[in-house]
Ligand binder design. Structure first.
Ligand SMILES: Cc1ncc(C[n+]2csc(CCOP(=O)(O)OP(=O)(O)O)c2C)c(N)n1
Ligand SMILES: [Mg+2]
Length: 585
């Protein structure tokens, strides 16, 4: 699954053939340009602001390339495109209606932005010419500068004034989205422009001439300097951050770590970047630097960051707030996306050698240039894993059951719940895990899982999510989309019947203020009545299993869920886990 593959067929909502005659409309040209870009799917919630574009996809393109993927929430539409891109490294599109549809999509766009994931979002606005507006509705669904809603966290947006300009805008949008650091872009199609009859289809562009540029290469003298530092280091440490899903790039990272005998630290918010059971994998993958790695990092004389997430804070954390004294080699082009509205650039790390390129490009050059180091590092001991309770379902119990039920099966994890211990699952392949959602916007789990399932259909690898009940419930209607199109995926809901993360916050707040910790559940618990998550899944056409309350039944249930998903049906398992986190104190 390293190279782009042709998408496997999903259930096709096939239109009856439409005879085009001689008449064409603006949106026909727009749809035809989208087809040139080889965007396989467009996830959407419909709306009259883009009824012209919608008609062109169905009746001009025949609902193929792109094929519509209907969703019930705009956040889901964008999350599907986000998950699809993460699992395939291909561009997918989404479409949302007017200003209101865009308002619904906003959080998912922010997630994709923070996650440096490309997608093209199409939107529309009512007629800009006030004389053409229908009473009432066109007035409330027309905004000046609609793109402003998401401009602070998109790479580019545009409201083209003609079909030809829209064609150019779409080419530019795709090019920018796919240029590293990647991200979402927005093209807003004004309704009258879509619906205007045009005399003839303008010539279609040769999309290959508008592709993203080749990856930037680092200056050779910087590679030499970085290699010298690493070769001569006494205690080097590698932070493996944002990397691609390529197997050859994965192998090069492993070879570099082995040649240098350098410990490697990974982050659970990011996709798999290094085998977690390798002798050099140094610490529990978490959202924050694991305490067992503090000494290792604080004592490092050279740190190599492969576009690590929040390197600055990890170094500060390790050094207990004092300045990090080693040399830092940063491989990252992320600063091209750093702007003022959101602080998603994270803390500013000190850097001595800065290779401003993608990690996949720098690693093979460094591998070639470094001298082998034979000194064996001292790898910190990862904490022992807890025993699961025998009388109740727990996150630990689910992890053990999952490992047993997936033995010999290629799985792509699309989500781990917040309380997951990074040592519960070994990641041994770049496709074993696509990372979190980037913006920590709860509710992205189901949509991203369905998007990954769509990308993985027919590849032999199954999209599997372990997610919180809050995450599932906020984005649950993605299950219907998966059921409708026959998209294989398994969602195991670690259902503690609470927004438990925030119970912990309320507990700490109460403690610090000397107030009753016992009240921390108020305004947090999702019980009385308990929500029948498996029933919800069944009602949307998926296989629903549970609620599971007996530990002995979890493994068989997961096995059943995998079999259902492998047969093309999405499955949701409601595992009633005890509240509690296994990754933090
Ligand atoms: C859109 C959004 N709203 C609120 C939050 C704050 N928040 C962070 S975690 C969390 C609870 C998530 O619940 P669940 O998925 O069940 O996981 P649990 O906390 O129970 O482990 C909330 C509400 C958020 N991150 N995103
Ligand atoms: Mg919960």
């Amino acid at each position: 699954m390293n190279e782009p593959t042709s998408p496997a067929a999903i259930v096709h909502d096939a239109p009856i053939p439409s005879s085009h005659g001689d008449s064409v409309w603006g949106s026909d040209y727009i749809a035809a340009v989208v087809r040139e870009l080889d965007i396989p799917y467009i996830a959407l919630v419909p709306g009259s602001s883009y009824r012209g574009f919608h008609d062109s996809i169905v009746n001009y393109l025949g609902n193929r390339a792109p094929q519509m993927v209907l969703t019930i929430h705009e956040e889901t539409a964008v999350a599907i495109a986000h998950g699809y891109a993460k699992a395939s490294e291909r561009l997918m599109a989404a479409a949302v209606h007017a200003n209101i549809g865009l308002m619904r999509a906003v959080m998912a766009v922010y997630n994709a932005w923070c996650d440096r994931t490309p997608l093209v979002l199409f939107g529309a606005t009512g007629p800009w010419d006030a004389m053409q507006r229908r009473p009432w509705i066109d007035w409330i669904h027309t905004s000046a500068d609609q793109g402003a809603l998401i401009r602070n966290f998109t790479k580019w947006d545009n409201q083209p004034g003609s079909p030809e300009a829209a064609g150019e805008a779409i080419l530019r949008a795709a090019q920018i989205a796919m240029t590293a650091p990647r991200g979402p872009v927005y093209v807003n199609l004004e309704v009258a422009m879509q619906e205007a009859k045009i005399n003839a289809l303008p010539p279609l562009p040769d999309a290959a001439r508008y592709a993203a540029p080749p990856a930037v290469q680092p200056a050779p003298d910087l590679v030499t300097r970085a290699a010298k530092l690493l070769s001569e280091a006494k205690r080097p440490v590698i932070f493996a951050g944002r990397c691609s899903r390529s197997m050859s790039a994965w192998d090069a990272r492993v070879q570099l770590a082995e040649k240098l005998n350098a410990p490697v630290i990974t982050n659970i918010k990011l996709a798999a970047s290094f085998p977690t059971d390798h002798r050099l994998h140094a610490a529990t993958p978490g959202s924050y630097l694991a305490p067992e790695a503090y000494e290792l990092v604080a004592g490092a004389d050279v740190v190599l960051s492969l576009d690590y997430l929040d390197l600055g804070s990890a170094l500060r954390q390790a050094c207990n707030g004092t300045p990090f004294r080693g040399q830092v080699i940063q491989v990252s082009c992320d600063a091209h996306n750093h702007r003022g509205w959101t602080m998603d650039h994270q803390a500013l790390p000190p850097v001595d050698v800065y290779l401003m390129c993608e990690t996949d490009i720098a690693v093979p050059l460094l591998l070639e240039a470094v001298r082998p180091r034979s000194a064996q590092p001292e790898i910190p001991q990862k904490p022992a894993l807890p025993q699961p309770p025998a009388d109740a379902v727990s996150m630990r119990g689910v992890a053990i059951a999952m490992a047993a039920a997936t033995k010999g099966i290629d799985v792509c994890y699309t989500r781990f719940p917040l309380g997951w211990n990074g040592n519960y699952t070994h990641l041994r392949h770049p496709m074993d895990y696509i990372g979190h959602d980037g913006g920590a916007g709860v509710g992205s789990g189901p949509g991203m899982t369905v998007g990954a399932g769509l990308a993985l259909k027919g590849t032999g690898r199954l999209a599997v999510a372990l997610m919180g009940d809050g995450d599932f419930l906020m984005g649950n209607t993605a299950v219907w989309t998966a059921a409708h199109y026959g998209i294989p995926c398994l969602m195991v809901v670690c259902n503690n019947r609470s927004f438990y993360n925030d119970e912990r916050h309320q507990g700490r707040m109460a403690q610090s203020r000397g107030r009753p910790v016992e009240n921390r559940w108020i305004g947090q618990r999702l019980d009385q009545p308990d929500i029948d998550i498996a029933g919800m899944a069944r009602d949307m056409g998926a296989v629903g299993i549970g609620p599971l309350t007996e530990p002995a039944k979890v493994q068989a249930a997961i096995g059943e869920g995998i079999a259902a998903a492998q047969s093309g049906r999405p499955c949701v398992i409601d595992a009633r886990v005890l509240p509690g986190y296994d990754n933090r104190g």
